[in-house]
Write a new protein. Structure first.
Lengths: 139, 135
């Protein structure tokens, strides 16, 4: 299994295409136990939409898909920008690029940039997530 | 109370309360040190398995979605740092206050300090959030 030590700044992992499903939306909303989520009101944007946090697990999806160990991976910060809602049934594509990497106290920190677009290429969500990976021998 | 173009600096964001649940503790990934599992987290020096950061962000987003309304899906920004773990069954509260008003287009971007704290007041996630509100 690969670890964060195998990642390089500028490296791009293959894009992932997904469809926004009812189950995915429901699972994400359930995380925060919202009894009255506005996302389910079709009057707001013409259809049911996804929470802005829907793609929060992008890092997990990309790393697992590319043979990386998730052992000891801990999030340290995130920066997210939302440009348009993700609609139920919509096909989205997300890219992933390593934009920063550094060592601190024996731990490897990596910042990934994720950009999610619709099928026309319009940007819907842009995120920069930083994680550390504890030394593998400690895990 | 929802954000408006007239919301002043210092105005609080309505609190969002809940009980954290460690839904990411799982045993189906053999050999993986999953920080959400007690045993693996303790090997890494933590008290016990902790709740996924994504769940903390989901809590914070609930507060912001309700506070800003539809504009949050189109103009929202969130930048936070995880400063301490949240554990299973921790009562948590999301809080925030408006700290800056920045004209943007035909509206005003309200920039807020936001944080998620545990029952004892320890902050677990801190940062800023903003969105553009219009008249």
């Amino acid at each position: 299994m690969k670890t964060f030590a195998d990642l390089e700044v500028g490296q791009r992992l293959p894009p992932i295409e997904l469809t926004v499903t009812e189950e995915w939306i429901a699972t994400d909303i359930a995380l925060a136990h919202d009894p009255n989520p506005p996302e389910k009101n079709p009057d707001l944007f013409g259809s049911v939409i996804a929470p802005p946090t829907l793609t929060n697990a992008d890092f997990d999806r990309f790393l697992r898909a590319n043979g990386f160990s998730m052992s000891g991976v801990i999030p340290t910060k995130t920066r997210q920008e939302y440009f348009a809602p993700l609609h139920l049934g919509q096909t989205i594509q997300t890219t992933c690029e390593v934009v920063d990497k550094y060592e601190r106290k024996g731990r490897t920190y990596v910042t990934f940039e994720f950009v999610t677009t619709d099928q026309t290429g319009r940007v819907l969500v842009k995120k920069r997530d930083t994680f550390l990976q504890m030394p593998v021998e400690a895990t | 109370m929802r954000a408006t173009v007239d919301t002043p600096i210092g105005a609080p964001i309505p609190e969002w309360k809940g009980i954290a649940s460690n839904v990411h503790a799982r045993t189906d990934r053999e050999g993986e040190a999953n920080i959400h599992d007690d045993a693996a987290a303790q090997k890494l020096g933590f008290q016990r398995g902790f709740v996924a950061g994504g769940q903390s962000i989901a809590w914070i987003s609930r507060a912001l979605v309700h506070y800003f309304g539809p504009t949050y899906f189109q103009t929202g920004r969130l930048e936070v740092t995880y400063v301490s773990p949240v554990f299973d069954q921790d009562p948590i509260t999301v809080k925030g206050t408006v700290r800056e008003r920045i004209p943007e287009g035909d509206g005003v971007r309200l920039v807020c300090d936001v944080w998620l704290e545990r029952e004892d007041g320890t902050k677990a996630v801190v940062g800023t959030a903003s969105a553009v509100v219009r008249g």
